[in-house]
Write a protein that binds this ligand. Sequence first.
Ligand code: NAI
Ligand SMILES: N[C@@H](CC=O)C(=O)O
Ligand code: NA
Length: 436
Amino acid sequence: MKPIQVGLLGIGTVGSGVFNVLRRNQEEIQRRAGRGIEIGMVADLDTARAQSVVGSGVKVVKDAREVIANPDIDIVVELIGGYGIARELMLAAIAAGKHVVTANKALLAVHGTEIFAAAHQRGVMVAFEAAVAGGIPIIKSLREGLTANRIEWIAGIINGTTNFILSEMRDKGLDFDVVLKEAQRLGYAEADPTFDIEGVDAAHKATIMSAIAFGIPVQFDKAYVEGITKLAAQDIRYAEQLGYRIKLLGITKRATKGIELRVHPSLVPARRLIANVEGAMNAVVVQGDAVGTTLHYGKGAGSEPTASAVIADLVDITRLHTADAAHRVPHLAFQPDQMSSEAVLPMDEVVTSYYLRLRVADEAGVLAKVTGLCADAGVSIDAVLQREAGEGERQTDLIILTHNVREGTMNEVIGRMQALPTVLAPIVRIRKEELA
Ligand SMILES: NC(=O)C1=CN([C@@H]2O[C@H](COP(=O)(O)OP(=O)(O)OC[C@H]3O[C@@H](n4cnc5c(N)ncnc54)[C@H](O)[C@@H]3O)[C@@H](O)[C@H]2O)C=CC1
Ligand SMILES: N[C@@H](CC=O)C(=O)O
Ligand code: NA
């Protein structure tokens, strides 16, 4: 049988990985897919660079629409990125009856509802394993391997760039900007790295996982997003002293009144496996009612790890190419007419625990006032750490770990603490997840 024909839109970091891995493992992939998979045409704005990657045997064009219009192309792989031209091209490919594979989490988290509906209507597949946690097969695990479960929560380190920055800062004492540049050099960072460091990329991925786990539409606009740019090195140190690590987590959870969807730095007990995930590695913890806790670990970014996921999707589509659309695995795991309207919770309603760092005057009664405000509001304290003031120093740090409390209540208490004359600087607040 003639190899299935793939058209590649964008051959940068991930695209070149796809080309190289497909070529290197061609024979083995064909044995698994039951049919050859061939890149028949490539589009990239930089045609000279693209041609140098693929050699003279593959046609390279500048205009991606030429690939979509080619009747010989069965599957279009979108590896350009962004919400703009990528959306137009993906919708055009779907309209042309092509299956689509993408690594573009930004596009799916924001425009997924439109894209999946178009694909459903046209009877084609949109596959996106590479969009969440790169090479880790988390989409397949959630949608297929864990399908028996009522998913309770998912928490993950799902941005390699920020985890790499936090690890290098802690272990090597390097500056934020230096490590970010290195992450860019290694091909981990997004075209606009503020997406990484401000938590947006992780929120895109958490949004996609929340849809698959809970059968809700993708709703990036409802996600709470906080990155690592405001994290201070001293909080990383205090957290260590208290037996915790700080990680940027993407969390989605089934709560009593709705679905939590949030990304922010979190304290995680140092004894948990996920607290020890370092560098650009990703890890996703999934809690299902039947299976219990599962941990999915691997490379979440980079050329070939991401290509591994793109090619897995190509193999799936090749196998299913001729199957009846109604029997395919639904895009978001639940049948389109079975989606739930359960609401994503406003952040004030989220219940979690907190690390607070207060810069306080080193005088009698401060601790009592601060803990008194907690007690008045029913905020239960788990641990308190007060740094001994140095010789002649008139202020010090007071660290408080709380038990679970509503975020809205915590915010009110922080507001009251902040108003105390003995609290001398803005209070630092980091959420804390026990993950068990
Ligand atoms: N780099 C990584 O580790 C990962 C990236 N992703 C996602 O994969 C996608 C691609 O990322 P990278 O390969 O890192 O980006 P990249 O910037 O290395 O590659 C993008 C390529 O698209 C080309 N391009 C731009 N506009 C185009 C257009 N209109 N027509 C044709 N080609 C065009 C560029 O010339 C470039 O070669 C993004 O959606 C990204 O978020 C997902 C997981 C990991
Ligand atoms: N910029 C992303 C790339 C993979 O999705 C990351 O750092 O994780
Ligand atoms: Na993945």
